[in-house]
Design a protein around this ligand. Sequence first.
Ligand SMILES: Cc1ncc(COP(=O)(O)O)c(C=O)c1O
Length: 438
Amino acid sequence: MHGRANIKAGRDGSLKLGKVSLVKLAAKYGTPLYVMDEDYMRGQCREYLRAFRSRIAGTEVLFASKAFLTRAMAALVRQEGLSIDVVSGNELECALSAGFDPGNVHFHGNNKTPSEIRRGLEVGIGRFIVDNFDELELIAGTASALGKKADIMLRLAPGVEAHTHKYIQTGQTDSKFGLGIADGRADRAVDMALGLPDVRLHGFHCHIGSQIFDIEAYKLAAENMIAFAASVKERTGFVYEELNLGGGLGVRYVEKDRPSSIDQLAELVCSTVVSESKKHGLKVPKLMVEPGRSIVGEAGVTLYTIGAIKDIPGIRTYASVDGGMTDNPRVALYQAEYDAIVANKAKEKPERLYTIAGNACESGDMLIWDIKLPELKAGDLLAVLTTGAYNYSMSSHYNMHAKPPVVFVRGGRAQVVVRGETVKDIMKPQLLPRRLQG
Ligand SMILES: Cc1ncc(COP(=O)(O)O)c(C=O)c1O
């Protein structure tokens, strides 16, 4: 039904993730609870390194930390030999606190603040991925003031956008990210970077979309990027050393999803990079990729307890859970689809149609619109699958809900890596000035 190799029903009918009973985990840690399969995540990291490095030696795989960042996760990817990308000063601090060598941390974002840039330079991060002219100027100025050199790549908009099943080629790109190749901003940024004495330009970056199923889009993007690098060489003499093709590989949320494998992606990307480099008379650059979702997405399960069940005759039956958009905003944000299993009834037949509603005061707070499950009753345990990416990292305190704990499961054992918040944690930054106390 769900097709995840690491999720199985035990003999007693309770669902297991990586040999650990989810029913027991819920009893021990409460719900909602994020559970992440550490063995799966390590396996994905290794597969990325194997698939790319066996085709282009020295490929750097960066974990896109926005997908799921905790100190334990940063340490895990560091142990596996990946680099990491961050989009804020706080993500940078998290990576450093997990023991990352700053040189293996790359800094993204379309509006890095002066203090984030200064901190990045002071600790000696690997690359700033420069998004725009203002930032380029700011980085160059800060580097000069600190007496440092800034190592940068330019984020380009290669005129390819991918959305799950489709990609589109766009001439000019209307996006808040990057510098368009087609509209000439990419060329101008190269010229500007080459003229800045405290900036070292290493190469070019692009990220064409997320949850991509049609991987042909990567081929087009690589072709456009390498053609651009060749035109820059011809125009200015600058020879790029590094090409970062971003993240975006899709994962399986529901039965109908058919993502490509990491190996298929690596084959297509590496063969394109090699053949296009040859075609343009360029050396094969150092390749970089930065997957997020495909490393952590299918590793995650969120456990909820079923509460109120509301049957609206002839319309639908809502089953409410003790979490929702505050721990998983993806459904409310972009109509994401999920699959689920009743963890304490994993061997029972799904025969009734339910809509799984969250507990936030927002009518769009749904987790799954229509799903067939065994007959539900209050107290049942619902395991929503593929919640490893962009759930914990996008969680909020709406309605002052506490953020759930995160548990890693490895080799049949479970360990808390983020403790659940208490009401004390939520109240801690809340001040009550004297004039409001009377
Ligand atoms: C620049 C950049 N790199 C990498 C990623 C990771 O993408 P994914 O999680 O889809 O692999 C993103 C996601 O938005 C991104 O913006």
